[in-house]
Design a protein around this ligand. Structure first.
Ligand SMILES: CC(C)(COP(=O)(O)OP(=O)(O)OC[C@H]1O[C@@H](n2cnc3c(N)ncnc32)[C@H](O)[C@@H]1OP(=O)(O)O)[C@@H](O)C(=O)NCCC(=O)NCCS
Length: 156
C-alpha cells in the first residue's frame, strides 16, 4: 500500500471508509477542516483502501479517524497507516501520538496496542449521553479510553 497526503486536485474524500470509524459525517468534516487526511492506495486500484485523519493540539498529534476497507482488513494496512503517522509526527516535531476509543471497542483496543499505543487515561462517562446508547461486544460504550505513544526524536 502506498500512503500519501490527500490532494484535493486528484483525490476524493473516501467518506464510506471514514464512516466505518465514525458514523457522524459532520464530525468527520470538522476533523477534516482542521486536520490532515492520509490515504492508502493499492498500486492496482485508484480507490483508497485505507484512510486516517490526524489533528494537532500543541505537542500532541491525535488520530481522530482511521479505517481500512473491510475486505482488506487484517493484512497490515492499518498498522502501516499508524507507522506512517508516527513518521509524520516525528518529522513535524510532535512529542506524543494519541488516540481515543470507547471502552466497548475491544477490537480497536487490541489493534492500537499492537500498533505500539499504551493506555494512558480514561475519560469517564464521555459517551454517557449518546442517544441511542452504543453497545459493542455486549458492552455499553460509556467511557473514553485514551491511548498514547511517545514520538522519539530522530537524534534519540
Ligand atoms: C481498526 C482497523 C483500522 C484495523 O485495521 P487493519 O488493517 O485491519 O489492521 P492490521 O491488519 O494492520 O492489524 C495490525 C495488528 O493489529 C491486530 N489486530 C487487528 N484487529 C485486532 C483485534 N480485533 N484484536 C486484536 N488484534 C487486532 C492484527 O492482528 C495485527 O497484529 P500483528 O501486527 O501482530 O499482525 C480496522 O479494523 C477498521 O477499519 N475498523 C473499522 C473502523 C474503526 O473501528 N476504526 C477505529 C475507530 S476507533
Amino acid at each position: 500500500m502506498i500512503i500519501q497526503p490527500y490532494q484535493p486536485e486528484t483525490d476524493n474524500i473516501p467518506y464510506p471508509l471514514l464512516m466505518l470509524a465514525d458514523p457522524d459525517i459532520r464530525r468527520i468534516d470538522e476533523y477534516l477542516a482542521n486536520g490532515r487526511l492520509f490515504l492508502g492506495y493499492q498500486q492496482s486500484n485508484d480507490q483508497a483502501v485505507a484512510a486516517a485523519i490526524v489533528n494537532a493540539s500543541e505537542s500532541t498529534l491525535e488520530i481522530t479517524n482511521i479505517a481500512t476497507d473491510p475486505s482488506l482488513q487484517g493484512r497490515g494496512y492499518g498498522k502501516q497507516m499508524v507507522a506512517f503517522i508516527v513518521g509524520f509526527a516525528r518529522q513535524h516535531g510532535y512529542a506524543t501520538l494519541q488516540v481515543g476509543t470507547g471502552n466497548s471497542s475491544l477490537d480497536q483496543l487490541g489493534f492500537y496496542q499492537k500498533c505500539g499505543f499504551r493506555i494512558s487515561g480514561i475519560i469517564p462517562d464521555f459517551f454517557i449521553h449518546d442517544d441511542p446508547p452504543i453497545f459493542e461486544n455486549g458492552i455499553r460504550c460509556l467511557d473514553m479510553v485514551l491511548l498514547t505513544q511517545s514520538i522519539s526524536r530522530l537524534s534519540d
